[in-house]
Design a protein around this ligand. Sequence first.
Ligand code: PGA
Length: 252
Amino acid sequence: MINRSKYCVANFKMNKTLAETKKYMNLFNSFLNEHTFSKNITNRVVCPSYICLNKDIFNSVSLGSQNINENDSGAFTGEISAKMLKEQGVDYVILGHSERREYFKESNSKINQKVHTSLSNNLIPILCIGETLETRENNLIEDFILRQLTVSLDGISINENIIIAYEPIWAIGTGKTATSKIVTQVHIMIRKILNDIGFDGENVSILYGGSVNRNNAKELISLNEVDGFLIGGASLDAKHFFDIYNFVEESV
Ligand code: PGA
């Protein structure tokens, strides 16, 4: 039996002060209160900046971190540990985002360490993978994603709770969304690779990310292979995030 959960995840990146975050959540909560969901089973997760990670502000959603340090503690000036985040009420962590891979030079093996650290601290990793335009044009996407998954998930037990986010780099923040055909093809490919490397691909939730907005969310969530979204730009507007959440919830 297939048993995959649905998710709608907001990634604020380096946006919104504490005051702006509180205002955003007040507005988001007012939309939630005005609406009756028949099922209410889609997980809503917000990943704000570290200084806003506080359950008092985020009482209506789950909290996610945008990163963790791979070490449990120690002399790592400026870093935040998984244990600190857990104590703040964080349940999810975005790992392997292409911005961290590019600007902070995070390799697949560094991401693998972070996946281990997050799981041993009871944080659910949202592992981001996805190809560059060049990789796609050169037909190297399968090898590329195979490598990302094999290395990032090395040593991880099949029984662990992990979420994959397929985020083609050429679609992030560019306004260019992957077509339904591409998303379907790649999500199927990811599930096959997961099976090949010992996971139960059919039961791993795979989110799509890359210029998701209110106009394309409905079509994308109607695809069987898509279990939700990781949303950057459009999630910064509480109404837009709420509307996208609604599309996911209605698709269940
Ligand atoms: P975007 O970002 O929705 O602004 O394209 C997605 C992401 O970076 O996770």
